[in-house]
Design a protein around this ligand. Structure first.
Ligand SMILES: Nc1nc2c(ncn2[C@@H]2O[C@H](COP(=O)(O)OP(=O)(O)OP(=O)(O)O)[C@@H](O)[C@H]2O)c(=O)[nH]1
Ligand SMILES: Nc1nc2c(ncn2[C@@H]2O[C@H](COP(=O)(O)OP(=O)(O)OP(=O)(O)O)[C@@H](O)[C@H]2O)c(=O)[nH]1
Ligand SMILES: [Mg+2]
Ligand SMILES: [Mg+2]
Lengths: 267, 289
């Protein structure tokens, strides 16, 4: 294939350029290039196998009584609300789903998610006057239990991991969930915008430290960014990538495939 | 950070009173890593290091006591130059409203930035224009922001960005607004249809300033995005958002290098007052860590 001839016999310098351009970062790039060595082997094939291996992490097993609780967090504009809509649309094919609009901060957050709930044909709970995010989540899960709903999706407000007060709010939301599910959300997802650089690593580290993330969704993968920052993230934190966001439409979500991802990175 | 690493190198070089090409190479290697870690595009870094090498070779380093310091000082100066040298402002016109368009990728902060800019220039009697007919509740978002800032937001017209802009400009001229800020929908630089929509809006709006609103945490692709918007639509400046986080902001260099436009402002919080003047020298320091 054209890809094979382009990268066959590629030098470490050429490979370094490919990894850097993909936002893998110089630190991890140097690390992995040192490890695969220079012994005349097709470096690209060795590297691709290593990366596919690294990214092949088991997704969390969900074996609980309903409702399954899914929480989505991440920095501002990373695609949480749209991702919640996409997930809701996927699940509602076979299950009853309800959304919790736990973004009580952003202008028109509930209006935005309400439109998506209608499009996905799922129920939604938004905040009553003066309610905080944790209270919305409490109400939603209570309602889900009462009405025997299968899945609760919690959309949270965007926040920078450097904001101590906002990370505390997120811990509070998680704490409310533990009243229903002691181990916390069954899927505790962090959205990572594929356009971002090395800061994604810090985001993943802090969010995991604060609320125990157990899965990633890489959004905006339909652009020209390669999303390679998930490689050092997976190396550091062993977090599985569950889905890729590939557009603004409700159907624009696909399951993560490590092999396809690594191939695309080298194109 | 970089300064401590250089103290170590300095102590090695110091005492010799001169610096060799090899020692310059060591310093530049370290600078390369620093810039790449800061999300500066790898090609921009390559070119920058080459230029630094030439510049350092030309310096009279052998005659100085602290050649390492001179090299570092040169790096900061060159970076500051590339970032615009000194802070720049937009210029208002003597007659007629200044028309600003905010464009960029999805989720970078255009809508909040529109409101922030309007508040900053409140004395220019600004009008906010919700030229995003695509995103769910986009109009409601700008409308609520406008209410909090006490700045008028014109209505969304015929569910069309182009029609909304046309009506808005007429309204602004009629009402004597001195500033019109047009918020547009997030779009990919590769989306031909949406780029075409932007060209149509451009024809109707006749922008004085087309500002790229870019996420301060952007990675390597910032170069392609900035270049594409410059080539396809044209840019007159940029605003770098979400700089209240701990991203180093190498995207700033990608934008000034690739799109060749000044960065006017940085977004520094989610609040309406979270917008500040961009200072090239401060950005250089932040990038260098
Ligand atoms: N191209 C593309 N755009 C996306 C994708 N996911 C989300 N977006 C867009 O990114 C923008 C931000 O999405 P939101 O869902 O509002 O992001 P958010 O994380 O909820 O934002 P905040 O709540 O403000 O923090 C919107 O314009 C979305 O349409 C994706 O996979 N591809
Ligand atoms: N911390 C911080 N958050 C910001 C800043 N600017 C914008 N945001 C947040 O980023 C998120 C996205 O902002 P929007 O203004 O909706 O972005 P947009 O570019 O209009 O998004 P689309 O219209 O969907 O493309 C919101 O949560 C904002 O509050 C900033 O400077 N700092
Ligand atoms: Mg949201
Ligand atoms: Mg917007």
């Amino acid at each position: 294939s054209q890809l094979f001839s382009r990268t066959k016999g590629a030098s470490t310098n050429e490979i370094e350029d490919i990894l850097l351009r993909a936002d893998v970062g110089i630190k991890y790039t140097d690390e992995i290039l040192q490890r695969i060595g220079e012994d005349g082997v097709d470096l690209v094939e060795v590297l691709k196998k290593k990366l596919v291996n690294l990214l092949s992490i088991d997704v969390p097993k969900i074996d609980v009584e309903k409702p399954v609780i899914i929480m989505v967090s991440g920095v501002n504009g990373s695609g949480k609300t749209t991702t919640v809509a996409k997930l809701a649309n996927l699940y509602q094919r076979c299950e009853r789903v309800i959304l919790a609009c736990a973004d009580t901060y952003r202008d028109a957050a509930s209006e935005q998610l309400e439109i998506w709930a209608r499009r996905a044909n799922v129920e939604i709970v938004t905040s009553q006057k003066g309610q905080d995010a944790a209270a919305v989540v409490f109400d939603t899960i209570s309602r889900a239990q009462a009405k025997s709903i299968d899945r609760v999706l919690v959309d949270t407000a965007g926040r920078l991991h450097t904001r101590v007060d906002l990370m505390a709010e997120l811990r509070k939301i998680r704490k409310v969930i533990t009243k229903f599910r002691p181990e916390g959300p069954d899927l505790n997802i962090l959205t990572i915008d594929a356009n971002l650089g090395q800061n994604s690593i810090q985001q993943a580290c802090i969010f995991t430290e604060e609320i125990g993330i157990n899965g990633l969704i890489l959004t905006k993968f339909d652009g020209t960014s390669k999303g390679g920052a998930i490689i050092p993230i997976c190396n550091e934190l062993d977090l599985p990538v569950l889905y890729l966001g590939i557009g603004e439409g409700i159907d624009d979500i696909v399951e993560f495939d490590p092999t396809a991802f690594v191939e695309a990175l080298f194109e | 950070g970089l300064i401590d690493r250089f103290q170590l190198i300095r102590r090695k070089i110091l005492g010799y009173g001169r610096i060799t090409e090899r020692e310059i190479a060591i310093i530049l290697k370290d600078i390369r890593i620093t810039l790449l870690e800061a999300d500066v595009n790898y090609r921009v870094v390559k070119d920058f290091i080459k230029e630094l090498n030439t510049k350092c070779a030309g310096l009279e380093l052998a005659k100085t006591l602290n050649p390492g310091d001179i090299v570092i000082k040169t790096v900061y100066e060159e970076l500051t130059k590339l970032l615009g040298t000194k802070p720049q402002q937009m210029e208002f016109k003597a007659k007629g409203p200044l028309i600003i368009g905010l464009i960029g990728l999805q989720g970078t902060g255009k809508t909040t930035t529109a409101a922030k800019l309007a508040l900053k220039y409140k004395n220019k009697n600004p009008l906010l224009v919700p030229a995003d007919a695509k995103r769910p509740a986009a109009y409601e978002q700008l409308s609520q922001l406008g209410q909090r800032a006490k700045i008028p937001v014109c209505p969304l017209y015929q569910n069309s960005a182009k029609a909304t802009v046309k009506k808005a400009i007429e309204q602004a001229i009629g009402q004597g607004n001195m500033l019109v800020i047009i918020d547009t929908a997030g779009r990919l630089h590769l989306d031909d249809e949406l780029i075409e929509e932007l060209k149509e809006i451009k024809r109707v709006a006749r922008f004085d300033y087309r500002l790229l609103v870019a996420d301060g945490m952007s990675g390597q692709d910032a170069v392609n995005q900035a270049k594409a918007f410059q080539e396809k639509i044209g840019l007159d400046g940029a605003i770098l958002t979400k700089m209240d986080g701990d991203a180093r902001g190498g995207a700033a260099l990608s934008i000034t290098r690739a799109a060749q436009v000044p960065i006017f402002y940085v977004g520094t919080s989610e609040n309406l007052d979270g917008i500040e003047q961009f200072y090239p020298a401060r950005m250089a320091q932040r990038i260098m860590g």
